[in-house]
Design a protein around this ligand. Structure first.
Ligand code: NAP
Length: 452
């Protein structure tokens, strides 16, 4: 088992087959790493690949040397920290104290704390790991960085979603040195201020989709309310009043009737805060006042609310496609045919219903297509690949095809953070224009479809 654990995340053959990792020029800046675990190995690989000289300090260098790229020097801790000015501390918090014997050699150097607490440790300790390290080594400058980057990302290279490296320290010079290293390694340093922010930085990897929590709970709450209402209306009431057993509708039909209601309300909640913000600014007569916290949070959650609205609309479309597959629907059709025969009617054709259905379906498909386009272009990776004009163009085409375009849309990333923008900016939403929701109407035609 320990042998398994000692294996590097990617094959050393791969690492050393890359000639850039086999030899580093003598004049390259030297960086130290304390620890020889997963993170230290990945970090050493990336640093060597980014043109740094790496010296790794291990308690047992003989055992671990073979796991590092050959260009990295693996030695005892005392020797490893003697010459580099920047030393990464790739050990867990509980082992920091065991490094105190190196205090003299470390004096005046920059220590980069990469550690992540567990959730329990985060709650248990009031000071961050970085602040604890700083208290153990008062003669050093501690910088918190790279904790949000996994060993795997270090090995595989920075990707779109996880390029950002929050960095904080009380010493601007040390912060700058580590930021430059992050840039050289292909990451995007983000200045998080003084070391007091380290606790916040350490909490980042512990969060699970924080921006989605409230919108998801909201969508679930709406779903429960509308489902209960539709249950009473479509199932319970016929059962109580006419003794009709319609409980079979619970899994598909009632869900399908509920989804567009939720989608509509969520969509209106995307646009409502913009209107409220505009009204508030008009009432105050200025745009240079902060919005109340509740409105600010609401404005910042519009993207998630909009995407959840799209999710409900898409589910509704899928459910609608499945409606004719149900046994209940087939029995209804057969019964209708039998009634026709018994009534001696040979040709059933209600022109008005036929037209209504054709138009409903066509507009429903168009609306869902429009919503999909807006949802897709709201994804950061896609939005980032469009320039502002292209983004506006997509928004205008999508919204005008829905019947009523609003050219005042802004790119989402410009909307999310600003609390002081003029009302116009907040009126428009992440997913497109205010009129956008109207076009969704035809999608919600479960009753019509059922009547076919
Ligand atoms: P790991 O594989 O368990 O390695 C920890 C290393 O600490 C050991 O290899 C050991 O190296 C060294 N160490 C120094 N003094 C020690 C002592 N007294 N007792 C035990 N070990 C001691 O852990 P890791 O995954 O590399 O994580 C290292 C740090 O990076 C942690 O603070 C972690 O939170 C942080 N981090 C890890 C990741 C990740 O993806 N793994 C991501 C972000 C941050 P020697 O035996 O050679 O001395």
């Amino acid at each position: 088992m320990s042998g398994e654990m000692d294996k590097p995340l990617i094959s050393l053959h791969l690492v050393d087959s890359d000639s850039s990792l086999a030899k580093v020029p003598d004049e390259a800046p030297k960086v130290g790493i304390l620890g020889s675990g997963d993170f230290a190995r990945s970090l050493a690989t990336r640093l060597v690949g980014s043109g740094f000289k790496v010296v790794v300090g291990s308690r047992n260098p003989k055992r671990t040397a073979g796991l590092f790229p050959s260009a990295a020097q693996v030695t005892f801790q005392e020797e490893a920290v003697s010459s580099p000015e920047v030393i990464f501390v790739a050990v867990f918090r509980e082992h920091y104290a065991s490094l105190c014997s190196l205090s003299e050699q470390l004096a005046g150097k920059i220590l980069v704390d990469v550690s992540n607490p567990t959730e329990q440790e985060h709650l248990q300790h009031r000071e961050s790991n970085a602040e604890y390290l700083a208290s153990l080594f008062p003669t050093c400058t501690v910088v918190k960085a790279f904790n949000v980057i996994s060993a795997w990302t270090l090995q595989a290279g920075p990707r779109d979603g996880n390029r950002q490296v929050p960095i904080c320290s009380d010493q601007p010079e040390a912060k700058r040195a580590v930021s430059e290293m992050a840039l050289a390694m292909g990451f995007m340093p983000v200045d998080m201020g003084s070391l007091a922010s380290a606790r916040e930085v350490e909490a980042m990897p512990l969060r699970l989709l924080p921006a989605w929590k409230v919108p998801t709970l909201l969508a679930l709450g709406l779903f429960v309310c509308f489902y209960a209402y539709n249950f009473v209306r479509d199932v319970l009431q016929p059962y109580m009043q006419e003794s009709q057993n319609k409980f079979f509708k619970l899994p598909v039909s009632v869900v399908n009737t509920t989804l567009p209601c939720v989608a509509y309300v969520l969509l209106s909640l995307v646009y409502l805060p913009g209107v409220l913000a505009a009204a508030l600014q008009l009432r105050r007569g200025t745009k240079y006042q902060r919005f109340p916290d509740w409105l600010d949070h609401w404005l910042q959650h519009r993207k998630q609310i909009g995407l959840l609205s799209f999710f409900c609309a898409a589910l509704h479309a899928l459910y609608s496609f499945c409606l004719p597959l149900r046994r209940a629907h087939r029995y209804d059709l057969v019964n209708l045919a039998v009634k026709q025969v018994l009534a001696n009617k040979s040709h059933l054709w209600v022109e008005e219903e036929v037209w209504r259905m054709e138009i409903y379906l066509s507009l429903g498909v168009l609306a869902l297509g429009t919503l999909s386009l807006l949802a897709v272009t709201s994804l950061p990776s896609i939005a980032n690949s469009l320039n502002w004009r292209e983004f506006s163009f997509v928004q205008c085409v999508a919204t005008s095809s829905a019947g009523n375009a609003d050219s005042g849309t802004r790119r989402p990333e410009f909307q999310s953070q600003d609390r002081h923008l003029p009302a116009l900016h907040h009126q428009t939403s992440f997913l497109g224009s205010r009129s956008f929701g109207c076009s969704l109407v035809p999608v919600s035609t479960p009753h019509v479809i059922e009547r076919i």
